[in-house]
Design a protein around this ligand. Sequence first.
Ligand SMILES: [Zn+2]
Ligand SMILES: [Zn+2]
Length: 253
Amino acid sequence: MPKRIDREEIVEFGLQYSTVLLDLLYPRHCPLCNTILNFGNVSVCNGCMKQQKRIKPPYCMKCGKTIGDSTLEYCQDCSKITKSYNRGFPVFSYTGGIKNALYDFKYKNQREYGAFFAECIMEQYGASLERLGLDGLIPIPVHKSKKKVRGYNQAEVLAKQLGKRLQIPVYPQYLVRVVNTNPQKELNDKTRMKNLKNAFKIGENTIKLRKVLLVDDIYTTGATIESCTRVLLQAGVEEVYYTSVAIGKGYSE
Ligand SMILES: [Zn+2]
Ligand SMILES: [Zn+2]
């Protein structure tokens, strides 16, 4: 199998490779099944594209998840728990190939998947996001000790790819994570919220932002987005939206 490379890294080091040459030397792989893609395809293979479970309307007017009943405004989770953000734009259900690709994106240095994920967000929500008149994109920060171990923050990689496409500035330092939380997979929403209390702070507030889009890889119960939103609202931001590559099923369905 050809050697895997990190295109992001090469660009960061400023080496003068042409992307065409790179693609010839190191063919791109489908982020979902790992097969080599045809030259020129920077997305996923056709087989995988058909299989992925995209979030379809009717959307929950809060978290953006598909709701079964189109007469309802909110999903069960959002009708029970107050969410301070305005609206969410998740692309896929957190299952199958997307789940694996997100794991590799976060833990296995597959930063180049960021471009593909950003394309997916644009395809589905590009027009809606452009209409919002956002003045900044803010990736969900990781604690600096985690960034040191992994070398990057996957949400920041994604936000930069998305910012390029939307032509909206990205502010990776606007929020900082001051508490290093443990994985929250097993916890319910209440415990998650408690865990995340005071976990985020404003890092850079010289720029006044009015409408922002939080960018994350996965939305599970929304506790992280909620914590960040509260900090931003307190700092004077007026409207907070979020986008994520995938969204979990929620805990009440
Ligand atoms: Zn594939
Ligand atoms: Zn909802």
